[in-house]
Ligand binder design. Sequence first.
Ligand SMILES: Cc1cc2nc3c(=O)[nH]c(=O)nc-3n(C[C@H](O)[C@H](O)[C@H](O)COP(=O)(O)O)c2cc1C
Length: 196
Amino acid sequence: MSLVLDPAAQDLLFREARTANTFTDEPVSEEQVQAIYDLVKYGPTAFNQTPLRITLVRSAEARERLVQHMAEGNQAKTAAAPLVAILSADNEFHEELPTLFPAFPQAKDLFFSERAARENAAGLNAALQAAYFIVGVRAAGLAAGPMTGFDFEGVRKEFLDDDHTPLMVVNIGKPGADAWYPRSPRLEYDQVITTV
Ligand SMILES: Cc1cc2nc3c(=O)[nH]c(=O)nc-3n(C[C@H](O)[C@H](O)[C@H](O)COP(=O)(O)O)c2cc1C
């Protein structure tokens, strides 16, 4: 009664959405990724800095290079998923800031002239956007398999550069046979929420 979102959408995005470990062969199209991004880009970030960058790993050759940097338990599913995305934080996001936050263009020099401050902000805000991305994948009727079990430095050197920090690798597609582990319990309201 308290939620205004259609119950079917609640299920699609949260209650029935699962982290997939196997996928069907059905491809994930460029149009689907575009539609996902066109939702995800509206998720809020500090100063609208939107530091998330997404590398779609589509070629077989690039997939093979990525799999070698994945933890052993993540290799088979990363090799087999219809689409794999490397999510990273752009530590030089401040270059776009005067455009992205025209209400306060001084923010670029006032708050983000130091690399350490940018890395700090980019890490938090790109992680927020990664969460929006997972929900966006679900909104497209697809399942996401986010992973942090990989060699971060290896992936950075192989696919990114010094200005980008990898956050996670996400397998994307329609869930296949035995796609998920048993649902793990969640913390209940009283374990998480305090009111002061
Ligand atoms: C940031 C992040 C990193 C994760 N890393 C891995 C991983 O390296 N390997 C893996 O098999 N699952 C990984 N997972 C999957 C989680 O274990 C899974 O999402 C969680 O247990 C909830 O599962 P459910 O959506 O099926 O309820 C990761 C999930 C997230 C969000």
